[in-house]
Design a protein around this ligand. Sequence first.
Ligand code: FES
Ligand SMILES: [Fe+2]
Length: 360
Amino acid sequence: MNMHDQLTRSLEARYYTDPAHFELEKSGMLARTWQFAGHSSELEKSGDYFTVEIAGESIICLRDQEGVLRAYYNVCQHRAHQLVQGAGNARLLVCPYHSWTYELTGGLRSGPNIKSVPGLDRNQICLSSVRIEDFLGFLFINLDPEAKPMDDWFPNVGKELSAFVPQIERLRPLEWIEIEENCNWKVSVENYSECYHCPINHQTFATGIIKPETYNILPQGYCLRHTTECQNLDRMSYEIDPSSNEHAGDYSSWYLWPGFSFQVYPGNLLNTYHWRPVDVDHVKVWRGWFTVDGVDDEIVRRLAVQDRSTTVEEDIHLVESVQRGLNSRGYRPGPLVIDPACGVNSEHSIKALHGWMREI
Ligand code: FES
Ligand SMILES: [Fe+2]
């Protein structure tokens, strides 16, 4: 075998273009991994609930009367009507079809005429529950009852994030920006997970925020941790006070396989990416911008606009062109550029992602 045959190659195009592969992901990997569901500020009071679609399933997330977070499949255990829509506050969950009524703890409380049915024991009937974790105020669910906790999947991430964003548990969303991309969700995630393309495609990001020559992305469990030095403060596109706390002058991001990333800009400014696969060649990317107590902040608003009109816009063109290319008969998976020394001009992070993507 010559050296050329030992190259690490990109994934076959069908991973990104075949609807059957997308169905496999939905019933497999997307149902076995931790998926962002919402922010804890949406479930502040007892009885608050919202619904969210994960891996093709509608899920109810709520806070019960004791303040415990719970998640259930959004389906009545009588004849399968969906229980609730959207978001709200409720003391009980009442099915709109025949009024079977459930406690927020999942048990069936009552139903018209069910007492007349010999052998029907309402204590045997309860909603199907789903794992939910509050990760520094961010709610994640996992459809796999056996899934290991998030701290096992993403070692040290909670500790590191708390150091980078000391107020993280008091944050609330200030803006959610929805971006539609005509590409497979993995194309978008891969684009996020390498900075080999940054210097030539992201002028503002590469000259106004980070120093590309110091950029690196390393696996940490099922997390890809991005680190970089920042531009000299006089070249930053906004002002910060680097002496205010330990990481005030730093940038870092933590991508949590498969669909979420915490990104911290200098000034302890947290923003997030959430990839929601729609179908095999469409993904919605939600950019969240957060401030302490949700207080309005002109710098954050300005950054959100700057990011949408520069980095995000630039990436849309890249990922949509890649999707068109993956549909070309002329494409054969090319070699990844894996520099043994890693660094910004290396795609070792894509190699890690491809390993995880194969574990459907
Ligand atoms: S399906 Fe819910 S009460 Fe009948
Ligand atoms: Fe990019």
